[in-house]
Design a protein around this ligand. Sequence first.
Ligand code: G4P
Length: 193
Amino acid sequence: MQELKEMIVKKGIVLDENVLKVDSFLTHQIDALLMEKIGKRFAKLYQNAGITKVVTIEASGIAPAVFAGLALNVPVIFARKQKSLTMNTELLTASVYSFTKQVTNDISISTKFLTSDDCVLVIDDFLANGQAALGLIELCRQAGSDVAGIGIVIEKSFQNGRQLIEDKGYRVDSLARVKSLKDNKVEFVSEEE
Ligand code: G4P
């Protein structure tokens, strides 16, 4: 998605060879107009997939997921990293280890929001090592829901997340694929690669 790539080049900050800071439009301050276009793009990619729910994880997945849900006209569910006081129903749960942050989160979604009748589009802001996406896929599996695919805003293609998810047979659609962050420069995977 050209507009997203241009925003990454203009406003993204390369912190080191592994980390891209995009807090001015995606992970802290949110560019709602760009997010709306991102949501429409995901909706177009999955318009014939029979999506009934969009599933993401708090916090930074919520913005692109809400706009995808709006464009697809389906509810959006975000997995919680901490149990809420009012979460007293049965829960679907999975452990997600973050290599970046070196912490494990037990993520959860209430069983009442995902069922075997659902066909899910999983959305997340970043795809790095794929652990968050795999955790969300696991919650869908526990609910008996189908997973039509994984929609990612920014994929770091030099990490192994896509491989792990595709190896399990799932479709992955990333709107920007970053090939390298070396020399303080963002290099994208060319469309042909
Ligand atoms: P994984 O889910 O693909 O395995 O990713 P990983 O554990 O490596 O990443 C953990 C967290 O760090 C995730 O956010 C992910 O979105 C974020 N992250 C990974 N790589 C980058 C990066 O290059 N830049 C930025 N800005 N974030 C990155 P999270 O813990 O779920 O946090 P949040 O959504 O609550 O902010």
